[in-house]
Unconditional design. Structure first.
Length: 261
């Protein structure tokens, strides 16, 4: 009986205690390890970060600064957002307008990368009618932010899902976007979009895990998503390449809703 307790019950008890500790402390505090950047967030045991085709974009995403431990996801209005437990860490980027929501957050990160690389001519997004809006303001930060605000007013999950190209799940990379429009889900009022900001792979099993970042409605801080369904894996999400639906936090995506710029 004693051996049974030691071999079976004790490990289960330790797991339960660890889970409670995570929920009470880690799950209740953003950026619990006080990581400075997304790239500082440790990967799950045995996993290794993988490079993407656009190495510079992947490096940019990993270098995104995070607000300090305990920071709150804030609304554009200055109020604190609800459901803080869904956020693992807050990205240290100011919100540009009340229209900077989920699809806009993905466009923002892509545009910030191109702007900081000096690739001004590549900053372009489509509006809901399919018209391409190209940035022409050069290195002016003021012009850049004005352009983004204009894009936010005429682009959304519908335009983003139509503009981006599909990517097979097996080829997922940092910088990819999971996106669906409300028009693609009968009865849904809103679509949603999240960006893959990092990918890690287990060298033996081949399994992949993803770090995801999102904005939301109403406009709020871009943040790394918490995996509250798997606290010992959080904030990483395991990718099931054979799943019919992918659950990331409270959102579900279909396998063919992975897109890339």
């Amino acid at each position: 009986m004693k051996k049974f307790v030691v071999r079976i019950l004790l490990p289960l008890l330790l797991i339960a205690i660890s889970g409670y500790v995570w929920f009470y402390f880690g799950g209740r505090t953003s950026n619990p390890r006080n990581c400075q950047t997304i790239g500082d967030i440790p990967v799950p045991f045995g996993y290794r970060r993988v490079a993407c085709d656009n190495a510079a974009f992947g490096t940019f995403l990993r270098s995104l600064p995070l607000e300090k431990k305990g920071a709150k996801v804030m609304l554009y209005t200055g109020d604190t957002a609800n459901y803080q437990f869904l956020s693992y860490a807050v990205v240290d980027l100011p919100i540009l307008s009340n229209a900077e929501q989920c699809a806009d957050a993905c466009m923002r990160l892509r545009a910030e990368y191109l702007f900081r690389q000096g690739k001004y001519g590549e900053i372009r997004f489509n509006d809901v009618n399919g018209k391409t809006l190209t940035y022409t303001g050069g290195s002016s930060r003021k012009a850049f932010e004005k352009y983004l605000k204009q894009v936010y007013d005429v682009a959304n999950t519908f335009s983003l899902s139509r503009e981006l190209r599909q990517r097979p799940l097996a080829e997922v990379q940092a910088g990819d976007v999971f996106v669906y429009a409300a028009a693609d889900r009968p009865g849904n009022r809103y679509g949603h979009a999240v960006m893959v900001v990092d990918v890690a792979r287990h060298p033996r099993s081949g399994k992949k895990v993803l770090l995801l970042a999102e904005g939301n409605t109403p406009a709020r801080s871009i943040h790394v998503m918490q995996n509250s369904g798997h606290p010992f894996l959080s904030p990483w999400f395991e990718l099931d390449e054979k799943a019919g639906k992918l659950r990331f936090s409270v959102f579900r995506f279909l396998p063919d809703e992975l897109r890339h710029f």
